[in-house]
Design a protein around this ligand. Structure first.
Ligand SMILES: C[S@@+](CC[C@H](N)C(=O)[O-])C[C@H]1O[C@@H](n2cnc3c(N)ncnc32)[C@H](O)[C@@H]1O
Length: 239
């Protein structure tokens, strides 16, 4: 990154979109490499916390290549509805291919998380997986997710967080500050894989994120930390 641009981890919205457009073709492979395939387990846990059953209706915000949306279809069944929304057309294209290959009925639609193109109270739940830290305005993104959910519905945020206790905190620093940027250099996507650790570092910790969800109007907010404190899954209910 040049000295003229924004600091790593503070990219403007059009740059975030362009970055995901560029890395879309290898995003899934990189996820599996960087998490040793564990990300599917974390998504399943997030889907559980959305508490949608057969016939339910759920929106997956910043859906990317659609893995969390796919997980949600297992919960709502054929009588239910899953909509995935994102502002990167290239990520959405991969999500649509994935759904078609799996014979899954998921509507993948373009939309900005900060201005969701859906009526208030339209869904039983809204989820976001590894997307919230990319929002240029987190409070607004959370408020939008809360708005589109019906009273009694759920908002779930699955995100990477910074572990505070060794040995995980030591491993994590090594991994994020050394290995991930190296992966970036090897793939020719240095910006993306420098942005990733920076965006995690500046994202609010679990307690602060819970407070932001409270300010967004949610109640009964809980969070679980998993993977040794690297992953946080927050959930709240709309009153
Ligand atoms: C790290 S990916 C996560 C994708 C997917 N949810 C997953 O779990 O793998 C972040 C995604 O957020 C999307 N994104 C970031 N900010 C957004 C916004 N304001 N509106 C819509 N999508 C956004 C990006 O385009 C990208 O696809």
């Amino acid at each position: 990154m040049t000295g003229d641009g924004p600091r790593a981890g503070t990219l403007e919205e059009p740059q975030v979109r362009a970055m995901f457009d560029r890395i879309a073709s290898f995003y899934d492979v990189m996820n599996s490499v960087m998490t040793a395939g564990l990300h599917h387990r974390w998504r399943a846990r997030a889907a559980d916390l959305a508490r949608v059953g057969p016939g339910g209706s759920v929106l997956d915000v910043a859906t990317g290549t659609g893995d969390l949306a796919v997980e949600l279809t297992r919960r709502v069944g054929t009588g239910g509805e899953v909509v995935g929304t994102d502002f990167s057309e290239e990520m959405l294209a991969r999500a649509r291919q994935k759904a078609a290959a799996g014979g899954l009925d998921i509507a993948f639609e373009w939309g900005n998380a900060l201005e969701l193109p859906y009526a208030s109270g339209r869904f039983d739940a809204a989820t976001v997986g590894f997307g919230a830290r990319n929002f240029s305005d987190l409070e607004r993104g959370l408020a939008e997710m809360t708005r589109v959910v019906r009273p009694g519905g759920r908002v779930v945020v699955l995100e990477i967080t910074t572990p505070t206790k060794p040995p995980l905190s030591t491993f994590y620093r090594l991994w994020f500050d050394t290995v991930v940027p190296l992966i970036g250099r090897l793939t020719g996507e240095e910006e993306a894989y420098t942005y990733l650790p920076s965006s995690v570092k500046r994202f609010p910790g679990p307690h602060e994120l819970a407070a932001a969800m409270d300010r967004a109007g949610l109640e009964d907010i809980t969070y679980v930390l998993t993977a040794g404190g690297i992953i946080a899954i927050h959930a709240g209910t709309k009153p």
